[in-house]
Structure formats: structure tokens, C-alpha cells
Write a protein of this length. Structure first.
Length: 158
């Protein structure tokens, strides 16, 4: 087998010298190469910027959803304790369109609102707690039915 100059392995110095001689000899080639490198760098920066913006937007949305969940469940637990301790008497609320029993704008959370509403439903009541934080909404619902013949209500797990 005969090894020609084209088949010989080139070391890095030889390759670098060949590339530099081509670029020195052709002004247009070096301009095209620099333009391609600049386009690649700009494209990389744009892709990185879009990715980080998208990740931040997703994180902000998730944060709002988490805050709405915590507000609704904590208000729901508080209302449940008030009903259990007979501080809120469900039989006082008979409007079929619902009666707002608690409405609150918590401090420290921008654009947040929590509302607890009681709806009569058959032989029981439905307590709906809705928390809005920005565009995020979480609804906590509890069903209460009469315990025997008393005016006590027990929460049903549905």
C-alpha cells in the first residue's frame, strides 16, 4: 500500500498552518467564516434567553398555583374547625345561590383573594373555598351532612 501526501495524518500545527494560509489568501473566506461564527454565537444567546424566560414564567405560574392551594386549604380547614366548634351554624345559610361567610385579601401576597361560600344541598351543605392568586385559581370543596336528628353537621369525604 502506498501512502500519498493526502492520506498522511496531519498534526495540529500543520492543520492550523493550512487553515491560516487559506484565510490569509482569500479575504472573502475569512469574512464568511467570521460571519458564520457570529451567527452561531448570536443564535446561542437568543436560545439561552428564550429558555430562561420560559423557565421563569413557568416557575412564576407554579408559585401562584401553590399559593392559591395553600390559601384555599388553610381557609377550608379553618372554616371546618369553626363549623365543628358550632361558631358557624350552617342552618343559618339557606340562600340557594350561596352565602359568602368569609372574604379575605391576605397581606403580603399580590393580587390574592380568598372567599368561603355556603350552599344548601339536599339534606346538607356545601362549603366552597376559592382562592385566587393572580391568574391561578384553586377551589376547595367540603360536603357536610346532618348527623342524625341534631343540628350538628359532619363533614363527608367525597
Amino acid at each position: 500500500m502506498v501512502i500519498t501526501n493526502n492520506m498522511r495524518r496531519m498534526n495540529k500545527t500543520t492543520l492550523r498552518n493550512n487553515v491560516s494560509s487559506i484565510l490569509r489568501g482569500n479575504e472573502g473566506t475569512s469574512l464568511v467564516l467570521v460571519s458564520i461564527i457570529a451567527i452561531l454565537i448570536i443564535t446561542g444567546v437568543v436560545i439561552l434567553r428564550m429558555t430562561t424566560t420560559s423557565l421563569w414564567a413557568t416557575a412564576d405560574k407554579q408559585y401562584g398555583q401553590d399559593q392559591a392551594y395553600v390559601l384555599a386549604t388553610s381557609m377550608g380547614t379553618t372554616v371546618d374547625n369553626l363549623i365543628t366548634d358550632h361558631i358557624i351554624v350552617l342552618t343559618d345559610y339557606n340562600d340557594p345561590n350561596g352565602t359568602v361567610i368569609v372574604s379575605h385579601n391576605p397581606e403580603g401576597i399580590n393580587d390574592a383573594h380568598v372567599t368561603a361560600t355556603v350552599f344548601p344541598s339536599g339534606s346538607g351543605y356545601i362549603v366552597k373555598v376559592q382562592a385566587n392568586v393572580g391568574d391561578a385559581v384553586y377551589v376547595y370543596t367540603a360536603h357536610y351532612s346532618r348527623a342524625g336528628n341534631s343540628n350538628n353537621f359532619m363533614r363527608q369525604i367525597v
